[in-house]
Design a protein. Sequence first.
Length: 213
Amino acid sequence: MGWTSYHRDKHAESDRDHFAAKFDDHYRIIAHGTASSVFYAAVRDTRTGEVFAYIALMRWSREAYNFAYKDFTETSHPCYYQAPKAVLNALTPTDDEEANVWRERCHRHHAQRDYLRRHMKPGMKVRLSRTVTFEGGDRSDTFTYRQLGKGTRGFLVLGRSRCQIPNWRDYVYALIHPDHGPVLTPVGKDQAKQQNRAPRHADAPTQPTSPRA
């Protein structure tokens, strides 16, 4: 299914109410959240008690048809994994293989973010699971983590330049400690187990700022 576009009053209703209206009376949204312009919901079928995940990509514009969406259920395994924990915890067990893989990836996303919040410190080297190529031609998979102040959102630097790498936290393979070397993150452990430490040289998508100073 492609994108569906129409006019929507951005302030008239919540994302939850907007998408709830698209379901018939047999379905209820019991948990929901929006992250990075993606709406996630746990939807209960009141006839069976089954609770499944619903995912809708959203896009706003200044056109007359200012809103567009593209929706999926988890059985389609959409490649968006930031479903809130409340949504994941509300889902009932399923035998669908694609849905279970999608749920596992979402749980891994949260495990990765929780791990980095606890263990990644300013000044620490981080190694990504893929090499980043910048528009200036520089390539690297290892960067330094920085923060401008306590409580501010951190970022990666290479040399003296700040690097714009979308969703880089999802690609952190290892934290490199000065005293005892690299320690694998949840993403790193999963990749090491499933790929038997396969070479990590696929280019990551970037909004590149050349690290050349």
